[in-house]
Unconditional design. Structure first.
Length: 152
């Protein structure tokens, strides 16, 4: 009889181990659920600006920012003696807070490279996302590029 009691006690202990693990797993899942519910209740995270406020264009919207970028590119190209062959909005290239335009510029090697350097160095920030340079037999360069600039 005594052996039977011990056997039942040992069997009960062995059977309780999976139950203890299940209770611990349940507590872990409940804690994770509570943390996710608190995160959801807090709302979306605050977005951080892409660049410092003084380095982004201030525009009413993406189209306005693209227009500002296009105007600035035309003005700088004209001042540098570079021909703007193509300039239009780059569709499908915009990320949130970025305006993009496609350009084709041509001129002397010195003038085109000076314009590229000026656009990249000056404020507000402008960067070339994608570009291709081609030289012709007369020593003129043609630059096909996508220009991007942050706006707010």
């Amino acid at each position: 009889m005594r052996g039977l009691v011990w056997g039942i006690a040992v069997a009960g202990l062995l059977a309780s181990f999976p139950a203890v693990r299940a209770v611990n797993a349940l507590a872990t899942v409940r804690a994770e659920r509570a943390a996710l519910a608190a995160e959801l209740a807090a709302g979306p995270p605050r977005s951080t600006p892409l660049v410092e406020p003084g380095r982004a264009r201030v525009a009413a919207g993406r189209k306005a920012a693209q227009g500002m970028l296009a105007d600035e590119t035309r003005r700088r190209a004209r001042a540098g003696g570079v021909l703007v062959e193509r300039l239009d909005a780059a569709t499908g290239q915009d990320a949130p807070g970025l305006a993009a335009i496609r350009v084709r510029l041509s001129g002397s090697e010195k003038a085109v490279l000076a314009l590229v350097g000026e656009l990249e160095r000056e404020r507000p920030v402008t960067r070339f996302r994608a570009w291709r340079l081609a030289a012709d037999a007369d020593g003129r360069l043609t630059l096909d590029a996508v220009l991007v600039a942050p706006w707010r």
